[in-house]
Design a protein around this ligand. Structure first.
Ligand code: FE2
Length: 270
């Protein structure tokens, strides 16, 4: 009987326990091209995937954990939803507004949030619903555009691009007006977009999309990481004298995680 109980717990761990078992993942990023006079604390949340397997309570728990770290700035790198039918505007805006009330918050959209890829998979064919949710929550949506943030004596530029799979990425528009004299943080949902953005002046790219692989099997590695370049599935990596940081994300697809806990990320950028 005891053996049976242990078996049930082991079987339910990847579906019922680990997908909700949030942690804070910390990283220090020393920019290579232009440095900041003092470190700026950035909270990164991604792949919230509000759906029938990711309730608002899970997203609120991630926000609680992130805001407790007292971030200077907040970045959200897409996949707010999994499918269009599962989203309600007002409650989601209220949840996200907690972030923008605490610190300037910048966002880009992911492949699930609407557009070419989502439209072919029972999602939104365009992203006006997510646009409205973010607007109502006072989150700055950087859909092929940039904004500047001032934190004490540090000036940071944020550039956001549309998702690679949405086929809406417009690097010319996104980087127009970017000043190479101060650091540039690029928000791009899919880390594979680095190649088409290789000639642009960015110092640190923040991405999600991979969910860190979601299920990491011994000897096999990540089971779910829909990227071509498997060097950038989770964590900090160097690429052409700049940094790419990929978060394992908050939510999930399919209600499963194994050896890949959901996370909120705190980056000390200098
Ligand atoms: Fe995702």
């Amino acid at each position: 009987m005891q053996l049976l109980g242990g078996g049930v717990v082991a079987a339910s761990y990847p579906t019922l326990i680990e997908p909700r078992w949030l942690k804070v993942q910390r990283e220090t990023v020393a920019l290579q091209r232009v440095r900041l006079p003092h470190p700026v604390r950035v909270l990164l949340l991604s792949d919230l995937h509000r759906s029938n397997v990711v309730p608002y309570s899970m997203i609120e728990a991630a926000i609680d954990l992130g805001l407790a770290q007292k971030p200077d700035l907040i970045c959200l790198t897409g996949d707010f939803i999994t499918r269009g039918v599962e989203v309600d505007l007002a409650p989601y805006s209220a949840v996200l507004r907690r972030l923008s009330s605490a610190a300037p918050t910048y966002a880009v959209l992911g492949n699930h949030d609407g557009g070419h890829w989502a439209g072919a998979r029972r999602g939104f064919t365009e992203h006006s619903v997510m646009d409205r949710i973010l607007e109502d929550s006072a989150v700055h949506l950087l859909h092929n555009r940039s904004m500047t943030a001032q934190v004490r004596d540090s000036r940071l530029q944020f550039v956001g691009v549309a998702d690679l799979w949405s086929l809406e990425t417009d690097a010319d528009r996104a980087f127009s007006g970017v000043d190479v004299g101060s650091p540039v943080i690029l928000l791009s949902h899919n880390p594979d977009s680095k190649e088409i953005l290789a000639r642009r002046p960015w110092d640190l790219m923040l991405s999600g999309h991979t969910h860190g692989g979601q299920v990491i099997l011994p000897l096999v590695g990540p089971r779910y990481a829909p990227v071509a370049d498997m060097r950038f599935v989770a964590g900090l990596g160097e690429w052409n004298s700049r940094w790419i940081y990929v978060t394992r994300g908050v939510g999930n697809v399919g209600s499963v995680r194994l050896r890949c806990r959901p996370e909120v990320n705190i980056l000390e950028v200098s």
